[in-house]
Structure formats: C-alpha cells, structure tokens
Design a binder for this molecule. Structure first.
Ligand SMILES: NC(=O)c1ccc[n+]([C@@H]2O[C@H](COP(=O)([O-])OP(=O)(O)OC[C@H]3O[C@@H](n4cnc5c(N)ncnc54)[C@H](O)[C@@H]3O)[C@@H](O)[C@H]2O)c1
Ligand SMILES: [Zn+2]
Length: 378
C-alpha cells in the first residue's frame, strides 16, 4: 500500500478520475492500470529529463501489471515543442503502433505539464478518444496540469490555442519522482499549492508555513500531503464546473491575470509559470487591500510565505510595464465591458471581483514594479 492518498473526482456519474498520491507509487502504475482495465498497449508521451531518470521503472511497472507493449514518444524539452507539429508526429506514431498490434491502446502523459498537455490532446482526439493516464513528474503538473482535463498545444505565441477538455481516467502521483527537480521547479509548484490554499484552504496555508523547509527539500511525505490537500481544492472547483462554463472554476485563476501578463511580457522564457503566478498573487493581494477587501496583515503573511519559498514577490527587473499592462488588457477575462478577476478576502477565501476596468490591478502592479517601493520583504 504505497499510496497515501486517494481522490475520486466524479465529473458525471459514469466519468470518474481516480487520483492516487504517495511516495513510491510509480512501482504500482501497472497494477493501477490493470485494475481499471484501461488497455494493454501504452503510448508513453514524455520528455528527455523525466524519461532518462524514470523511464525504465515506469516500463517495468507497466509490464508487471500486464501491459504487454509500450511505445515511448519523446519530444522537447520544455514548452517550445508544445506544438501542432509535435502533436501530429505523435498521432502518426500512435497509428503505426496501433496498426501493428491491434490491442487496446491507452496514453500515458509522463513528465511535466507540457508532456501531460500533449498526451491529453492526443488521447482525446486519437480514434475519437482513448483512455488517458497522467503520471506527472513535476510538482506543478501534479497540482495543476495533470488534473482537470484541460489539454492542448500552443500555436505561435498563442498559449494553449488548440485543445479540448477531456478528463484522464487515472492520475498517479509518485512524490519520490520530484527528487530530481531543480529547486526552482519545486518552488514553482509550491506557488500553485499556495494559490489553492489562499482561495479555499487556510489549513493548507498553515501547513506550507510550518513544513516549508521539508517541502522545499522535496520530502516525499510532506509533498504527498500538500499535493493531496491542494488537489482536493482543485477537484472541488473542477467538479462544480467540469467544462469551465459557469465561472466558479475561475477562482483557480487567482494570481493568473497579472501572472499571464508577466509571462507574455517576458516572452514566456524568463519567468517560469509558478513565479509569474507568485508575483500575480502579491499584486492581486495589494489590490484587495487597496479596495478594503483584504487585511494588510494577511497580505503580508502571503508575501512573506512566497518569499520564504524562494519565489519572487515583485516583477523581474527591466520589465516593460507598458507591454505587461497591454497584455493584461487583452486578457480574455473581460465580459460585456466588465473586467473579472480573483481577489482574496482572507487566507482560505477568495471571490470573483467584477469592475468596470483593471485599474486597481494596474496600480498595484505599477507599485510593485518599482524597486524603491520596498515591496520585497527583507
Ligand atoms: N492543462 C492544464 O490545466 C495546465 C495547468 C497548468 C499548467 N499547464 C501547462 O503546463 C506547462 C508547464 O508545466 P511544467 O511547469 O511542469 O513545465 P514542463 O513540463 O516544461 O517541465 C519543466 C522541465 O522539467 C523537466 N522535468 C520533468 N520532470 C522532471 C523530473 N522529475 N526531474 C527533472 N526534470 C524534470 C521537463 O522535461 C522540463 O524540461 C505549461 O505548458 C502550461 O501551459 C497546463
Ligand atoms: Zn497556473
């Protein structure tokens, strides 16, 4: 029994994602697939770093569970290859593998969010849909990309321009696989965990404060607890709004209006996603304080925790503020002339805020972009 936590995310009565979390879970991957009768031939979609470190144990586990054949599709590394070209290359390889075997095919997303997004899009569209198993190997993918069903690829500079929402059947998260992640990737994932804590789980926030050092050191047991709590929050919002249509799921975008703008303004290269979200949460917290919705002391607690996790709390030096503001204005969260974004009311509670414009966020961003404003805690 290596897995410490199990979540069942029920989207419709006949459509459930089992999410299993725990140190050492990779060794059980084949049995978990077999128990759910997901197929007997796997197409594993991965990138060089996770595959080099962990490909062999994954294949051995699949084989032990009765998966007779596996084909590894490697691409990347990184975001640059999350393209239509990679996707079509994958489909062609899947079809060749499929024809040669005539077995029940399923897809495994094995890596970070990039691998899971490409795998999910291929699984959702190949033969009008084959089962998807996500085995995320970055902390960010574990608490975000692997669960919730969104998938896709970029087209030019348009992020996630083409994709679908189809839920994975199984998500297996082995927190031991995060041991090889660079510290910056761990911190980036922690930013999304802290996001989940601020919007809906004050206890998770206190847990990250208390166990910060163990989490940053990639302690598998501490990470399993944080990932499980974090996914409980994400699962709740996804369950309420599986196709992202009613707006409730939008609370998961806390920190992302400014975060996306910073990513766009820095060309999606200088700033990892989690770091952009960390700055975005600080800016949204400032705006909420300005509007009298959030106590300054709570904002300071959030900023202090992010900084203690090694995350930035102000935009990178040399940021072109004009470009960032323009990117924010282009953001899709305008509805009928009104701007909508997420603001914290307390640690553990956030609201969807509607305003005629983005001025409150813009002012807060401009302030945090000035190094002299003293926005970086000592
Ligand atoms: N579908 C969704 O709901 C959703 C949500 C959030 C993010 N995303 C997407 O996820 C992507 C970002 O994900 P990410 O932060 O995981 O980046 P990533 O997938 O690029 O992974 C970061 C790097 O770490 C490497 N890596 C992966 N596992 C490793 C391991 N165990 N040890 C060492 N290196 C390892 C990867 O190969 C890559 O080079 C973006 O494309 C984003 O759009 C999707
Ligand atoms: Zn995010």
């Amino acid at each position: 029994m290596p897995h410490a936590f199990t979540l069942h995310v029920r989207h419709r009565p006949d459509d459930v994602t089992d999410v299993l979390i725990g140190p050492g879970l990779l060794r059980d991957a084949g049995r978990l697939v077999a128990e759910r009768a997901l197929g007997d031939a796997a197409v594993v979609v991965s990138q060089p770093a996770p595959w080099g470190n962990l490909g062999k144990p994954l294949l051995a586990a699949l084989k032990a569970g009765g998966v007779g054949e596996a084909h590894a599709f490697l691409f990347g590394p990184g975001e640059r290859q999350k393209t239509l070209r990679t996707y079509t290359r994958l489909l062609v390889e899947m079809a060749a593998f499929d024809q040669a075997l005539e077995r029940d095919l399923f897809v495994v997303g094995f890596g970070g969010g990039v691998a899971c997004d490409v795998a999910g899009f291929a699984a959702a569209t190949y033969r009008r849909g084959v089962p998807l198993v996500n085995v995320p190997t970055t902390l960010l993918a574990a608490v975000d990309a692997a669960v919730g069903g969104k998938n896709g690829v970029n087209v030019g500079t348009l992020k996630n321009a083409v994709g679908t929402i189809v839920q994975p059947r199984l998500v297996a998260i082995d927190t031991e696989t995060f041991a090889s992640l660079p510290p910056r990737e761990i911190a980036s994932g922690l930013a999304e965990i802290i996001k989940h804590a601020v919007i809906a789980d004050a206890e998770l926030f206190a847990f990250v404060e208390a166990r910060r050092e163990a989490l940053l050191a990639a302690d598998p047991a501490a990470l399993a607890e944080a990932v499980a709590r974090s996914l409980r929050v994400k699962a709740r919002f996804v369950k309420e709004d599986p196709l992202d249509r009613q707006g409730r799921r939008a609370l998961l975008n806390f920190g992302h209006t400014v975060g996306h703008a910073l990513e766009a303004a820095t060309g999606f290269r200088r700033l990892p996603h989690g770091e952009a979200v960390a700055v975005g949460m600080c800016v949204a917290a400032d705006a909420a304080v300005d509007l009298g919705l959030f106590a300054a002391g709570e904002r300071d607690r959030l900023v202090a925790l992010l900084a203690a996790c090694g995350l930035p709390v102000s935009p990178p030096r040399g940021l072109d503020l004009g470009t960032a503001l323009a990117a924010m204005a282009r953001d899709k969260k305008f509805r009928r002339g009104a701007a909508r974004y997420v603001l914290p009311r307390a640690v553990g509670h956030a609201v969807l805020h509607t305003a005629p414009d983005l001025k409150a966020l813009e002012r807060a961003l401009a302030r945090r972009a000035q190094p002299s404003a003293g926005s970086r805690p000592a």
